[in-house]
Design a protein around this ligand. Structure first.
Ligand code: 6PG
Length: 256
């Protein structure tokens, strides 16, 4: 597993970029980060709040978690699981991020505190119910110990899509949004919550994301701006776990 570390301070956020030969190596690192963060947070404060990402990239990480040799030392019963975003479909729908996570992770480890995005009549109603869930658990603005995020080739993250009204939401914690590429409406955590995380971990793999990733990480063209560029935790760190294909366009010092 080849990995390169590069730390670049960007405004308040500290950014770490690690490049791996392939998705399997990236996913193994992400699983280890999940376990390390959970053990660190539980040691410090007796609990760990984690938001999971959806789509296809996290699947292998969940599998690596299930197979991890240290899985019996993970304080599963002290981990509180949320989602960074969800599709507005029933939890049993093949498009549901919850269903994907249930099949690959939740059915295989003893996580006890799991908070799916409720499925209601509309994405807006689901967002309101999800926000009520968050407010009931966190009381004040959530401070996630670990927030996994993916990135689309259009530069979206969670379900914060280019041009979405969710991008300017400063008060709500959960918001309804609509993907540019069609498909079901979404529910997403908003920037106030995401940028209050202690640790954000992006999982980005595949050549189709290389050009966008270069702009998001290196800001080479001021005329273009992507939602993923605005993930900058005030008092937190951002870790980018990339495969070589996604990192191919980054300047050489990221790619040893
Ligand atoms: C979703 C995700 C979304 C995802 C990116 C990358 O619900 O689809 O949360 O933000 O992380 O679109 O998706 P892939 O991992 O499938 O490339």
């Amino acid at each position: 597993m080849a990995a390169a570390h590069f730390v670049r301070a960007k405004r308040q956020s500290l950014q770490m970029i690690e490049v791996f030969d392939d998705l399997a190596a990236l996913s193994a690192r992400a699983a280890a980060l999940f376990i390390d963060t959970a053990r660190e947070s539980v040691r410090e404060k007796g609990a760990c709040a984690v938001a999971l990402s959806g789509g296809t990239t996290p699947r292998l990480m969940f599998q690596k978690l299930v197979e991890h040799e240290g899985r019996d030392q993970v304080p599963w019963n002290k981990i509180y699981v949320f989602w960074g975003d969800e599709r507005h479909v029933p939890l049993s729908d093949p498009q549901s991020n919850y269903r994907m996570t249930k099949e690959t992770l939740l059915d295989h480890v003893p996580l006890r505190h799991v908070f799916p995005v409720p499925f209601a009549d509309s994405a807006e109603a689901s967002a309101q119910l999800y926000e009520a869930t968050l407010r009931s658990h966190f009381k004040t603005l959530p401070r996630l110990d670990l927030c996994f995020l993916g990135m689309g080739a259009d530069g979206h993250t969670a379900s914060l899509f280019p041009g979405s009204t969710a991008l300017t939401e400063k008060t709500r914690w959960a918001f309804a949004s609509r993907p540019l590429s069609g498909g079901p409406d979404r529910v997403t955590l908003t920037y106030p919550v995401l940028n209050n995380s202690r640790r954000v971990c992006f999982l980005v793999a595949g050549a189709d994301k290389a050009a966008t990733l270069k702009q998001v990480i290196e800001n080479t063209d001021a005329s273009i701006h992507y939602p993923a560029q605005d993930i900058r935790p005030e008092n937190g760190e951002v870790i980018w776990l990339l495969d070589r294909a996604a990192a191919a366009d980054l300047t050489s010092h990221y790619n040893h």
